[in-house]
Design a protein around this ligand. Structure first.
Ligand SMILES: [Zn+2]
Ligand SMILES: [Zn+2]
Ligand SMILES: [Zn+2]
Ligand SMILES: [Zn+2]
Ligand SMILES: [Zn+2]
Ligand SMILES: [Zn+2]
Ligand SMILES: [Zn+2]
Length: 464
């Protein structure tokens, strides 16, 4: 019996160890605690437990920072006895029967009381009891800031190049926003050597920032100075320098070209040999030369050794007054001199004529051609009537030789280009036909002439 009793005591002790161990695992969490709460606003917080030991009663203790007020609290589990005192923050719950205590067990309402820059604690301690023995606790803490219902901001101040900020003097709340830069003002003009600057001012906090303005490409050049003189034939160089950045620019100077003097005869021409003229550049050794034509002999009192005729050159001899050389000169033929020509063959519109006269000088008969005369065309005759779409033809005929000239009569009412082309092609054919007729006429005349000559020859033979 004693053995059984000690065994039971042992079991009870082991059980209590197990209960204590599991009590150490009990955790409490708070939900509904905001990060900020405005002064005079309220928030409802719930307490959740897990891993609780077997208990018969629980105690709750709420501890708030001085900036907060506890408004009310209530147990969320059933029990034979529940109470809570909002003034002390202390409450008790006695369960109907012993058991675990997990889940939402308590809720309470907090209120912002005093605005403060520091966060305020919201702390809950739950103590577990089984009978009169304490079997564990669970604690949870969160913080909340009590902020102004309406902030009392100071002036905006620069934070960095991007932002400015203002702070509430009551709660320390800091509001940060981007600068509101104005259009900027040029505070230093750029030139070809240095960047300029432009200063921007924030219209909210008066902060400034400076941005560079790119260098210009406008230089302040002095006048051109010759750095290499040009010659008659070679280019020179000139340079100018920017007085601000010392950049130099170089350009070519054109060659001057020669300055040539007057031509001077350096070798006189003779009757038979060329002479030379020279002119020289006054600036360099350049020289130019050109020939003077040979003068040719100069006759004085030449003697005619052979008189020229109408058709043959003559000759004269003489001594040159410059070089004393005896030379011979040709005298041009005089040409026939005919006063009156008589037409021996009259020209027609198809053949040249001929005329003849006697030279006054040598009495020789001289013949020369007489130019063809113009055709004598009759009235134009319509040889093909024009239609609305096709052009017609009018023809003129030479009364002497039968030569025909065709002229186009425009179609009466054509508007189509293709039709015109066709008409033109037709005309071309007609002209070709005209040429064919001419060839036949000429051939006919030729054959007739040959027959006539043959007949004359036969008659002559019979007579002799
Ligand atoms: Zn504030
Ligand atoms: Zn600003
Ligand atoms: Zn410059
Ligand atoms: Zn020269
Ligand atoms: Zn001579
Ligand atoms: Zn003659
Ligand atoms: Zn004719």
């Amino acid at each position: 019996m004693k053995k059984i009793l000690s065994l039971v005591i042992c079991l009870i002790l082991m059980c209590s160890v197990v209960i204590t161990a599991s009590a150490a695992n009990a955790t409490a969490t708070l939900s509904g605690v905001p990060s900020e709460i405005k002064k005079d606003a309220t928030a409802t917080v719930t307490v959740n437990l897990s891993g609780t030991p077997t208990i018969s009663s629980a105690l709750v203790q709420i501890e708030l920072g001085s900036g907060l007020t506890l408004v009310s609290g209530e147990w969320k589990k059933d029990g034979i006895m529940k109470d809570f005192n909002a003034t002390t923050g202390y409450g008790v719950l006695a369960l109907n029967s012993a058991g675990t205590f997990d889940g939402t067990v308590f809720s309470f309402v907090i209120k912002g009381k005093t605005v403060s820059a520091t966060a305020q604690n919201v702390k809950v301690i739950v103590t577990f009891k089984n009978g009169s023995a304490e079997v564990g606790t669970a604690t949870a803490t969160k913080t909340v800031k009590v902020v102004c219902a309406s902030h009392s901001f100071g002036a905006w101040a620069k934070v960095d190049n991007s932002n400015h900020a203002r702070t509430c003097s009551a709660c320390g709340y800091k509001e940060t926003k981007a600068h509101t830069w104005n259009g900027g003002t040029q505070t230093k003009a750029p030139n070809c050597k240095d960047y300029g600057t432009k200063t921007f001012t924030c219209t909210t906090c008066n902060a400034t920032k400076i941005e560079n303005i790119a260098k210009t490409n406008t230089h302040t050049y002095g006048s051109w100075t010759q750095t290499k003189a040009p010659t008659c034939t070679a280019k020179g160089t000139e340079t100018r320098t920017c007085s601000v950045c010392s950049k130099t620019e170089t350009r070519d100077v054109k060659a001057t070209g020669h300055t040539l003097g007057d031509w001077k005869t350096t070798k006189e021409a003779t009757c038979t040999a060329k002479g030379t003229q020279t002119r020289a550049c006054s600036k360099c050794s350049y020289k130019e030369t050109k020939d003077i034509k040979a003068l040719g002999h100069k006759f004085s009192n030449p003697t005619v050794t052979k008189e020229p005729t109408c058709t043959e050159k003559g000759e004269e001899k003489g001594v040159c007054t410059r070089c004393d050389k005896e030379t011979t000169n040709a005298i041009p033929a005089k040409g026939h001199k005919v006063e009156n020509y008589t037409v021996t063959t009259a020209p027609t519109c198809t053949q040249k004529g001929e005329e003849e006269g006697t030279c006054k000088t040598c009495n020789e008969k001289v013949k020369r051609e007489v130019a063809m005369v113009d055709h004598t065309y009759g009235e134009a005759v319509v040889t093909k009537e024009a239609t609305e779409t096709e052009s017609g033809i009018s023809t003129k005929t030479c009364t002497a030789c039968g030569d025909k000239v065709e002229e186009e009569i425009p179609a009466l009412g054509t508007t189509n280009d293709n039709d015109n082309t066709d008409t033109n092609t037709d005309n071309g054919d007609k002209n070709n036909q005209g040429n064919d007729i001419m060839i036949w006429v000429v051939a006919g005349v030729l054959v007739a002439s040959i027959i006539a000559v043959v007949v004359i020859l036969i008659i002559k033979k019979k007579n002799s």
